[in-house]
Write a protein that binds this ligand. Structure first.
Ligand code: ZN
Length: 155
């Protein structure tokens, strides 16, 4: 038996470290979270997807009384991007969450299903996407979905 150890790398950013592109994308994600439909969880998530053509497509969590019928912010944004710009690569995604009117101090990470959808967006684009996970105390920047989802399902 052979043990294999893998490692991953990510960056922790303070808001002072944001470049203009990250700042704009995070702001779009924060704004999108304000429009979330989250009457059950009261946990509002926003996602903003940057496309290779410079467009930003946003999404937010959309809950439903029949709980499994709702959808996360990340997939709402990625599917909207795919529906409207099917041939344009996703370059980056930013995610922000708030509850009771306050953005979270620690960044949240996408759920497993969203990671799988992010992986396929990346595969369609043929290049890694930057993942920006916003928190008021710290923001994480991750290059490539493989860091979030090693051994992803690939057809
Ligand atoms: Zn999700």
């Amino acid at each position: 038996m052979k043990e294999i150890v893998s490692s991953y790398r990510y960056w922790e950013l303070a808001e002072d470290d944001f470049d203009e592109s990250v700042r704009k994308l995070v702001e779009a994600a924060k704004e999108a979270s304000c429009r979330a439909y989250a009457p059950y969880s009261k946990f509002q998530v926003g996602a903003a997807v940057l496309l290779a053509n410079g467009e930003i497509v946003t999404g937010n969590n959309q809950e439903n009384g029949a709980y499994p019928s709702g959808l996360c912010a990340e997939r709402t944004a990625l599917f909207a991007a795919g529906a409207n710009y099917p041939d344009i690569a996703v370059v980056a995604i930013a995610i922000a969450a708030q509850t009771e009117g306050e953005f979270l101090k620690k960044p949240i990470t996408p759920c497993g299903a969203c990671r799988q959808v992010m992986q396929e967006s990346e595969a369609r684009a043929g290049s890694e996407m930057q993942i920006i996970l916003y928190g008021t105390d710290k923001t994480l920047k991750i290059s490539g979905v493989k860091t979030l989802l090693p051994f992803s399902f690939v057809l």
